[in-house]
Structure formats: structure tokens, C-alpha cells
Design a protein around this ligand. Structure first.
Ligand SMILES: NC(=O)C1=CN([C@@H]2O[C@H](COP(=O)(O)OP(=O)(O)OC[C@H]3O[C@@H](n4cnc5c(N)ncnc54)[C@H](OP(=O)(O)O)[C@@H]3O)[C@@H](O)[C@H]2O)C=CC1
Ligand SMILES: O=C(O)[C@@H]1CCC=N1
Length: 267
């Protein structure tokens, strides 16, 4: 990256991206974050070597690319306070739900916006991000944004209207997977394993299964069938999961997540 990148908001997701970028070889000196919390500024500066300030306008002046990493609920207030007329800057918004047209509407006509929905495994360079180009952003802008997020995991490009679905699957997805790991570990403890052993077995099972799926490119149903011996333990467990609505619960959770993302976009 040969451009200076700034972050408005230095919370969890900004930290995940910053950590990933620094680990991916971007010099920390090219990264600045604007964040109101003094302890957060100190932590980010000490941990990653980035410049941390408390001035969104100054951040924009010193950056070519600005990542909008505040909560959607404060988007209007934060963007409204920074002014208009930044056609020479690229804004990358990771805010759930907030549409590129809404951001362009506040930053002024011609504002170049790329929306991205990343996720927290970016912290360990294993994120999944989907990108979408706003009306004024160029193909080069999209390529630059994609290069940033390629450093912290996989990327794909989708129509903006599908970013709510992306939020439901991968943006919020780590929380579902962690809930599953926690429950699997609880079950192991219930049956006599220590917490440490149960969590290690559950975590490695999710990690290894994801790796198997990624490397074989098989349909999940095929790999699942390989685990289930006729008359065996797995098929009995799968029947129980179906009876208890595991799939329906997962799909329902994504439904409400997508609806919430759409609702945030209407505010
Ligand atoms: N967490 C996740 O897994 C994902 C989050 N996102 C999106 O990323 C964005 C950030 O989420 P997340 O990192 O979890 O949230 P956080 O609350 O952790 O981070 C937001 C940060 O913005 C700061 N902030 C508040 N007001 C301002 C302001 N006026 N100027 C500059 N900074 C400000 C907050 O400071 P303070 O706390 O002091 O108010 C906080 O540190 C959201 O829009 C979310 O939708 C997208 C994908 C995944
Ligand atoms: O919970 C949220 O609103 C954000 C968006 C995706 C993941 N976390």
C-alpha cells in the first residue's frame, strides 16, 4: 500500500484490521486512528505502533483512505461533523447496514465510498470480507479496498443489496460459531472432560472441519456423510440435532440479523 490509511473509530473491528494490516506488512507509520477514548488510543499506539489522535477532521486531512469504523447508530452524527467536499479521498465504510448513498448524501456529491463487511477473524489474518462499490467509487478504488482486506483474509465482491445477507452469514457469524464451540465444550464437561480438554477438542474440531471443507471443496453434506457410519453414533446425534431445530435455529438467527442490518440502514 502506498497510501496513508486512517481509521475513524478505534474499537474492536478497527483493531482487528489494524493488527492484520501490520502483520501483513503495512508499515505502522502509514496508519492513523482517530478515537475519543484515551485508553484505547494508548493501547492501539503501544500495541501496533500506529499514530492515535482524537480529531476526525485532522485524520481526514492526513489520510488518503479513511476507514469508517464507528457504530452505525452514530454514523450521521460523526459524518455530519467532518464536513463535505472530499472527492480526493476514498472512504471505506465497515458500518453494518449504512448504505453508500446515505454516506454520500452526508459527505457531499461525488464522495467516493466502498462498503465492506469484514469479520473479527481478521485479527489472525483469517477474516472473510465482502466488498461493494458505491456509485462514485471507481474500479481502482474497489481494487485498492480489496488489496487492504486481502491482507487480512479472503475477499469477494457483491452487490450492495447483498451486504445485509453477508452480515448475517459472516459479519456476525463468528459469534454463532463461538456459541457452538462453547456449547460443545459444555457438553464435554457434562460428560466428564476437563474444561481445557473439552474446549481444545471442540475448537480444533471446528477449525479442522473448516480446513477440510476449504481444501476438498466438497459439499458439506458429502463430508458429513463420511462421519456418519450406518447405525452409528453420528447419525443418532444428527437426528437429535434436527429434532431440536438446529438448522432452523441457525437460519432464524440469520433472518433476524439480516433484518436488523436493514433496520440500521433505515435510520
Ligand atoms: N465487531 C464486529 O465483529 C464487526 C463490526 N462491524 C462494524 O464495525 C463498526 C465498529 O464496530 P466495533 O469495532 O465492534 O465497535 P466498537 O464500539 O468497538 O468501536 C467503535 C469505536 O468508535 C469510537 N467512537 C465513538 N464515537 C466516535 C467519534 N465521534 N469519532 C471517532 N470514534 C468514535 C468508539 O469509542 P467509545 O467506545 O469511546 O465511544 C469505539 O472505540 C460498526 O459499524 C460495526 O457495524 C463490521 C463487521 C464486524
Ligand atoms: O453486531 C454488529 O452489529 C456488528 C456487525 C457485524 C458484526 N458485528
Amino acid at each position: 500500500m502506498d497510501k496513508r490509511t486512517g481509521f475513524i473509530g478505534g474499537g474492536n473491528m478497527a483493531e482487528a484490521i489494524i493488527k492484520g494490516l501490520v502483520a501483513g506488512g503495512v508499515p505502522a507509520g502509514e496508519l492513523t486512528v482517530s478515537e475519543p477514548s484515551e485508553p484505547r488510543r494508548k493501547l492501539l499506539a503501544e500495541r501496533y505502533g500506529v499514530k492515535a489522535i482524537n480529531d476526525n477532521k485532522a485524520l481526514i486531512q492526513m489520510s488518503d483512505t479513511i476507514v469508517l469504523a464507528v457504530k452505525p447508530q452514530v454514523a450521521g452524527q460523526v459524518l455530519g461533523a467532518i464536513g463535505t467536499g472530499f472527492v480526493d479521498k476514498l472512504f471505506i465504510s465497515i458500518m453494518a447496514g449504512v448504505k453508500s448513498a446515505a454516506i454520500e448524501g452526508i459527505l457531499g456529491s461525488g464522495a467516493r465510498v466502498v462498503r465492506v463487511m469484514p469479520n473479527t477473524p481478521a485479527l489472525v489474518l483469517s477474516g472473510a470480507s465482502a466488498l461493494s462499490r458505491g456509485d462514485n467509487a471507481t474500479e481502482d478504488d474497489l481494487t485498492l479496498a480489496r488489496r487492504i482486506f486481502d491482507l487480512i483474509g479472503t475477499t469477494c465482491v457483491v452487490d450492495e443489496k447483498l451486504l445485509d445477507a453477508v452480515t448475517g452469514v459472516s459479519g456476525s457469524g463468528p459469534a454463532y460459531v463461538l456459541t457452538f464451540i462453547e456449547a460443545l465444550s459444555d457438553a464435554g464437561v457434562k460428560h466428564g472432560l476437563t474444561r481445557e480438554v473439552a474446549t481444545q477438542l471442540a475448537t480444533q474440531t471446528v477449525y479442522g472441519t473448516a480446513k477440510l471443507l476449504l481444501e476438498t471443496h466438497e459439499h458439506p453434506a458429502v463430508l458429513k456423510s463420511n462421519v456418519a457410519s450406518p447405525g452409528g453414533t453420528t447419525i443418532a446425534a444428527m437426528h437429535s440435532l434436527d429434532q431440536d431445530g438446529f438448522r432452523a435455529a441457525t437460519i432464524n438467527a440469520v433472518d433476524v440479523c439480516v433484518a436488523k442490518s436493514k433496520e440500521l440502514g433505515q435510520k
